[in-house]
Write a protein that binds this ligand. Structure first.
Ligand code: 5GP
Length: 213
């Protein structure tokens, strides 16, 4: 029987909502063996980040070559740097039956929706905008006018939520992780995903019975 394709899972949401933290918590014990899709980026690595694990850190030239070669499922320019999703590993893993997990910003997620609409799109939302602002402030990296800009952007991004399949409110990291895992588990139980396996079993069972008679 042919291998059941894996699920493509896209975790996305506004800047500051905690996508990276939720993703890190999911992969800390990775109970369901998701394969993380390591993005390429032109930004500098931060202390503790490992090339090939957190990102593929590449030059602008290399990134532009990826674009020309059509090697990216999607890419976006974000705060002056390119970020993109290499397509080859994704295709290989989905074909091998592995669930592939992407953590990307909203514009990129919408591009993936166009190319791979069968993906499972999860929007991570802040409990409320005041909380989002305090999380962005908590990073301590942005000037007041940048914070205002980010909040305006978050407002626009939240309106794009309707293009997703699920919304998970990131009230606590534990709750968000549990909800994301529950969504993926339910998706695996959809009739169209199990029907072939059960039919094949029925087929095998009755063929065997016939030969025994
Ligand atoms: P950071 O620089 O903080 O690691 O990431 C900045 C933003 O880029 C985050 O919102 C992250 O989700 C997003 N991002 C990471 N990889 C990709 C990617 O491959 N494509 C897109 N479109 N966004 C990405």
């Amino acid at each position: 029987m042919s291998q059941q394709r894996g699920l493509l899972i896209i975790l996305s949401g506004p800047s500051g909502v905690g996508k990276g933290t939720v993703r890190a918590a999911i992969f800390k014990n990775n109970r369901f063996n998701y394969v993380y899709s390591v993005s390429a980026t032109t930004r500098q690595s931060r202390p503790g980040e490992v090339d090939g694990v957190d990102y593929h850190f590449v030059s602008r030239e290399t990134f532009e070559q990826y674009i020309k070669d059509d090697a990216l499922l999607e890419y976006a320019e974000y705060v002056g740097n390119y970020y993109g999703t290499p397509i080859q590993k994704i295709e290989e893993n989905l074909a091998a039956g592995n669930d592939v997990f992407l953590e990307i910003e909203v514009q990129g997620a919408l591009k993936v929706r166009e190319r791979m609409p069968e993906g499972i799109f999860i929007f991570l939302a802040p409990p409320n905008l005041a909380e989002l602002e305090s999380r962005i402030l908590g990073r301590g990296t942005d000037q007041p006018e940048i914070i205002y800009e980010r909040m305006q952007m978050a407002r626009e991004e939240i309106e794009l939520m309707q293009h997703y399949d699920y919304v998970v409110v990131n009230d606590t990291v534990e709750n968000a992780v549990e909800k994301v895992n529950a969504i993926i588990q339910s998706e695996h139980l959809k009739v169209e995903r199990v029907v072939d396996r059960i039919k094949a079993d029925i087929h095998d069972y009755f063929q065997e019975s016939m030969t025994q008679e």
